[in-house]
Write a protein that binds this ligand. Structure first.
Ligand code: HPA
Length: 267
């Protein structure tokens, strides 16, 4: 596995001739941030030997290298989900490759369902912690070159970046929510009982991604910052208006893009 990670990173590094400082994983439908990247190079996942083959319909998955907020970044447009049938190790493979490409910090984003009853569609939630209900990608022989057997998960989401995000958002006049992201396997959305269960165990938002990549990042000692865009309210009796949800999602994505950009600039 380690050889495969190194080989893939070397292949990409040779191809792009660019050493990123920051890695960004963009949630499904949250790819708009790439329009703000001053692109140096872009590589389709399908061109990269040993990269998982994308099942994402509609748009191709790719790595985009360039400048954002004055820093060298690599953005993953399209991620791999456990529910698509990838093993947990396949899901986190790109994060490990990005680490070997040189990233020193990881930014993650996702769309999720609000579990906290005070959350509204279109809210931006800074992930302060998570509950992982997806099979852990570190199960199996430990790759000690990547990290320790029993990684500490305190302050999984970097307190300094969370603090900085609060300051940036205040300057931008953007309201932030803060909370615990529950990563479930999907692909079903939660039943009402399951949303209530998530709330009772301390969750604020429910999604189907993110926790595996964050675990792999923390294993390698990378500081992580994460944002969830709340696209629906799980415990609400009303069915969300689809168009409204999309509109809210698009507005929230713009706010997220501005926040990521200024945060990266200020790091
Ligand atoms: N649950 C899980 N994943 C999601 C949801 C949800 O309600 N909304 C968007 N992604």
């Amino acid at each position: 596995m380690l050889e495969k990670i190194k080989r893939t990173a070397q292949f990409v590094a040779d191809k792009v001739q660019f050493k990123p400082q920051v890695g960004i994983i963009l949630g499904t439908g949250l790819g708009g941030l790439v329009e703000h990247i001053e692109v140096h190079a872009s590589v389709d996942y399908s061109e990269i030997p040993d990269f998982p083959v994308s099942t994402v319909e509609g748009h191709r998955g790719r790595l985009i290298f360039g400048m954002l907020g004055g820093k060298r970044v690599v953005a993953m447009q399209g991620r791999f989900h456990y529910y698509e049938g990838y093993t947990p190790q396949q899901v986190v493979f790109p994060v490990r490759v990005m680490k070997f490409l040189g990233i020193e910090t990881l930014f993650v984003s996702n769309a999720s369902g609000g579990v906290n009853p005070t959350f509204r569609t279109g809210d931006l939630m800074v992930i302060t912690d998570h509950i992982n209900l997806i099979p852990n990608p570190l199960v199996g022989p430990n790759i000690k070159e990547l990290g320790t057997r029993f990684p500490d998960m305190h302050h999984c989401y970097d307190p300094r970046l969370i603090e900085l995000a609060g300051q940036v958002a205040a300057r931008q006049g953007v309201e932030l929510r803060y909370g615990v992201y529950v990563g479930g396997t999907g692909p079903t959305f939660e039943t009402q009982a399951e949303y209530r269960y998530y709330l009772n165990i301390g969750g604020d938002a429910a999604g189907m991604s993110t926790t595996p990549e964050v675990i792999a990042a923390r294993h390698m000692g990378l500081p992580v910052f994460g944002i969830s865009i709340i696209t629906n309210c799980g415990l609400s009796e009303e069915k969300g208006d689809h168009e409204d949800v999309q509109k809210q999602g698009a507005r929230a994505e713009k706010k997220m893009t501005a926040l990521f950009t200024e945060l990266i600039a200020g790091m």
